[in-house]
Ligand binder design. Structure first.
Ligand SMILES: C=Cc1c2[nH]c(c1C)Cc1[nH]c(c(CCC(=O)O)c1C)Cc1[nH]c(c(C)c1CCC(=O)O)Cc1[nH]c(c(C)c1C=C)C2
Length: 510
């Protein structure tokens, strides 16, 4: 039966995608999207700041959440096609330094260590001593997954197959860069399912499993995405965004919803409770405003799972809503004026692994730094004032350097004391030391902005996949009877592409 009224809870990227696709799939259904804030888009937030230095002026784009997208998400490519966003694309080629050059800053050392970008560079890398033996050994290590294990931590998984040091140095850094979490708590099955599956396919060896996968991938069939010619624009692209930043995706979705005749978007509407209507299968949604409750036949919740848990009547609690620990990140956007020698080497940026002693109060608390101007420089608009005082949009003396330092996550002492831990006088010496340059070669920044992104990334803990299966099973049974779907980063993958796909798949069974 076609749903009469679908309520979508939450106006972040998953909620917007859900409302957009539901409106297309059910043109005769009413759809209401409810968002507690005034703005839509959740963690996608792109803002421009104006900076000047002598005769140089620029409108520089800053991101405080995700900043780049990867072309492997068909759900995202489809949105770009459907929303007509192709002309706003800004891309980074796979051959550019931002795509090929990545670094680690190893705690206790000065400067950056380049990560090998090809099998050949592996042999000349300072990390060769650690990496080569563990890679060569892995296929020969007997299958060692505990036979009844249905999950384990990412750290335990990598330690088993590649050794403890590889797990601490590379595994923890990777997890910092995606989940801002402790790899000793993160579920390998939920966070890196391809690794877990490769080990199964390779009969115990991850590397053998990956070699086997190549054959399977080539024979994989296509699917039902409407991609237009966007795929052509993504040839040879490593990452991409839009001229006005990643938030463009949210603003264009909101615009499309505004024009859809069957959708109502209600902002500043905080949901305070859900209640089954006696004698019917409808659900009443209470709102914090003085508005009467909203009655819906179907609900898609994209709210964080702990928030959803507070909305349910005690007679109808759902399992596992509070099991996932979200990570908080302190994001520091810094803009430096043009300099005669580059502030950082060309590349994506660097990650900082977990220190040997763990996450202690003595640690600097930095998870990594992104060299933003290296990847999507074309987002920044430069003006040059001539002697006549008239501005023209042209390239002048040099480019500003834009980078983002990220702190916190498992370094909880930073989150408890953000304002004191993130002053320029603390951060700039740390940055100079990570980059291996004297502090005196860093000019005073033109812009230094600190944002605390509280609980921004749900980090799935060991057992997450099984718990989410149990949650989905509970939603199929009474009184929910499949009319309520719970989707989003807390349930499935956390990338923007995963969130868009989760919204696209919501309500498929209705
Ligand atoms: C606020 C900080 C964030 C950190 N991780 C994420 C955010 C929003 C989420 C995230 N980051 C990456 C992925 C994987 C994307 C994919 O597979 O398609 C996710 C879900 C990878 C990534 N990490 C960094 C960047 C610039 C990217 C590319 C995607 C993006 O722009 O977010 C850098 C980085 N992110 C974090 C840290 C500590 C860090 C350090 C250099 C935390």
């Amino acid at each position: 039966m076609v749903p009469s009224h679908i309520a979508v809870l939450g106006g972040g990227i998953t909620g917007l995608s859900a409302a957009y696709h539901l409106a297309r799939r059910f043109p005769s259904s009413r759809i209401t999207l409810l968002e507690k804030e005034r703005r839509l888009g959740g963690w996608l937030r792109s803002e421009r700041v104006e900076v000047t230095h002598g005769a140089d002026r620029a409108d520089v784009l800053l991101e405080s959440g995700p900043r780049t997208l990867r072309p492997n998400s068909k759900a995202l490519l489809e949105l770009i096609h459907l929303l007509g966003l192709r002309d706003s694309l800004i891309t980074t080629p796979v051959t550019s330094p931002a795509a090929t050059r990545r670094f680690l800053h190893i705690p206790g050392t000065k400067g950056l260590t380049a990560l090998p970008s090809s099998p050949r560079s592996l042999f000349t890398s300072p990390l060769a001593r650690l990496l080569i033996p563990s890679i060569l050994r892995e296929p020969w290590i007997k299958p060692n997954r505990p036979h009844d294990a249905d999950d384990e931590s990412f750290d335990a998984f990598v330690s088993r197959r590649f050794g403890n040091e590889v797990a601490r140095v590379f595994g923890s850094a990777l997890v910092h860069g995606i989940y801002a979490a402790d790899s000793r708590e993160l579920s390998v099955r939920a966070a890196f399912p391809t690794l877990w599956e490769a080990e199964e396919r390779g009969k115990g060896s991850v590397l053998k499993g990956f070699l086997k996968r190549r054959k399977d991938v080539r024979s994989k069939e296509g699917d039902d995405y409407e991609l237009g010619d966007v795929v052509v624009a993504m040839k040879g692209v490593s990452v991409y965004s839009f001229r006005d930043g990643i938030e463009t995706l949210a603003t264009r979705l909101a615009k499309a919803l505004h024009h859809a005749s069957n959708v109502t978007v209600r902002t500043t509407q905080q949901v305070t409770g859900l209640c089954f209507v006696h004698g019917s299968s409808d659900i009443d949604i209470s709102l914090s405003s003085s508005q009467p409750p909203l009655r819906a036949s179907h609900i898609v919740s994209t709210l964080p799972l702990p928030t959803l848990s507070t909305l349910l009547p005690s007679s109808h609690i759902l399992p596992h809503l509070t099991a996932t620990k979200p990570s908080s990140v302190v994001v520091i956007n810094i803009i430096f004026p043009p300099t005669s020698t580059p502030i950082h080497p060309p590349g994506f940026g660097y990650l900082v692994p977990r220190p040997v002693e763990g996450y202690t109060e003595e640690n600097e608390g930095v998870l990594g730094t992104v060299f933003d101007s290296a990847a999507l420089d074309a987002q920044d608009v430069y003006y040059h004032s001539s002697r006549t005082g008239r501005g023209s949009q042209e390239q002048s003396g040099g480019r500003f350097t834009k980078l983002t330092m990220m702190l916190g996550g498992p370094h909880t002492h930073i989150l408890n004391n953000t304002s004191q831990s993130t002053t320029p006088s603390r951060m700039l010496p740390l940055l100079a030391s990570h980059l291996g340059i004297p502090l005196s070669s860093l000019p005073p920044p033109l812009h230094f902005r600190v944002t605390l992104q509280k609980d921004c990334i749900p980090a799935p803990r060991v057992g997450h996949v099984r718990r989410m299966e149990e949650l989905k099973d509970a939603l199929k049974r009474g009184p929910w009877n499949g009319r309520v779907e719970v989707v989003g980063a807390g349930v499935g993958g956390v990338s923007v592409g995963d969130c868009v796909r989760a919204g696209r798949e919501a309500g498929r069974g209705w």
